[in-house]
Design a protein around this ligand. Structure first.
Ligand code: KG4
Ligand code: ZN
Length: 346
């Protein structure tokens, strides 16, 4: 087994993942209630919460643990909020030194990619294309073999998750915006007077597989102001519940349509038959449904993390990635002192 720890943002998570990529024990603590009060994650507060929660998460994950069956410790070493990362890394280093275990550093985005191995590793055949889409990152990777991957697309500004979060805030829906906006969109209806852009959807050349979501936020801001001029959309100068749901539906549709358009454009160009999505936004129900439908039409083998909790930040995906790094390492040497915070993108 590998004992994994993930603390890159406002979650503190620990997991025991066995070599068959099955999750034996999984603990997640989230400080998103706090972020809901402050309208988003405040790095300093998230870091304090991580430090406060780490001990009880460690206590739970190590309860009745058989240390002989743990071959290594794994930890997210970046990118993320430095204060939160430090708590996880220090905890992992302490365990590795105390119990004399190798310490495997895992790049957070590679962790998200490997969330797809959990409970379905044997079904995945390389090469694959993976869309990793969260609050902090939004990339497409051409994944040639377990440890070889090339970024072929990224966002020029905001990630889709960030766009979900900011649009939800403009609509007064709270944090985290993705699931709240999606829930609100379930009551929405498509309207001819509510059409938002699909940014860079038809871009060519160097931007063919790139994204840009900041303009969508601005377009929503203008649309809200515009709709407020019409009394049919308002009640006491505030947008009606129905108009908010209609706007939420259009935001969600624009994001999902753009993400999947680019992924399947890449799938066609590289002629790859294994496609995956991962990261917090891959918990989005319409995105999952449309992804599976489009993959079926194109006769692709499609993978999404099997549980919602493996989409958003979690330690199980870090354990999964660590098994991949372990299996592909010849000397299995992962010294504790080599683990440092790594903020650069791949
Ligand atoms: O992977 P993650 O937990 O953290 C980062 O690495 O950034 O992703 C968090 C992001 C947030 O922006 C959140 O709003 C979004 O994932 N998210 C969703 C859903 N669940 C989480 N977005 C859309 N629909 C969802 N159901
Ligand atoms: Zn993440």
């Amino acid at each position: 087994m590998i004992l994994a720890i993930e603390t890159s943002c406002d979650e503190v998570s620990a997991s025991l993942v066995n070599e068959n990529f099955e999750v034996e024990k999984h603990i997640i603590f989230s400080s998103s209630d706090l972020a809901n009060k402050t309208g988003g994650v405040v790095p300093e507060l998230a870091a304090r919460e991580a430090a406060n929660m780490m001990q009880s998460v460690l206590k739970k994950i190590t309860e009745n643990i058989d240390w002989d069956s743990v071959k290594a410790i794994a930890v997210t070493n970046g990118p993320g909020l430095v204060g939160s990362l430090m708590t996880g890394i220090e905890a992992a280093k302490t365990l590795a030194i105390l119990f004399n275990k190798p310490l495997i550093p895992v790049f957070h985005i590679f962790g998200h990619m490997c969330a797809n191995f959990l409970e379905q590793k044997e079904k995945i055949i390389f090469p694959a294309l993976v869309l990793t889409v969260s609050g902090g990152h939004n990339d497409i990777y051409l994944w040639n073999s377990e440890t070889e991957y090339l970024k072929i697309g990224t966002t020029l500004d905001d990630a889709a998750g960030e766009c979900f979060d900011k649009c939800a805030r403009m609509l007064g829906l709270g944090y985290p915006g993705g699931p709240l906006l999606s829930h609100c969109a379930e009551h929405g209806e498509k309207r001819d007077d509510i059409i938002l852009p699909r940014p860079l959807k038809h871009a060519k050349n160097e931007n063919m597989f790139n994204f840009s979501f900041s303009g969508l936020k601005t377009a929503l801001l203008y649309k809200i102001e515009n709709l407020k001029q019409n009394s049919l959309n308002t009640n006491n100068n505030k947008l009606t519940k129905q108009t908010i749901s209609d706007l939420a539906l259009e935001v969600e549709t624009a994001i999902c349509e753009t993400l999947l358009h680019k992924l399947f454009l890449a799938q066609k160009k590289y002629n790859i038959s294994t496609v995956m999505i991962s990261g917090g936004v891959s918990a989005n129900k319409p995105l999952r449904k449309q992804f599976l439908e489009q993959a079926k039409q194109r006769k692709c083998n499609a993978f999404i993390p099997v549980k919602f909790e493996y989409c958003t930040d979690n330690a199980a995906m870090i354990g999964s990635a660590a098994h991949i790094l372990w299996n592909n390492s010849k000397n299995k040497k992962f010294p504790v002192e080599a683990v440092k915070i790594q903020m650069n993108a791949l």
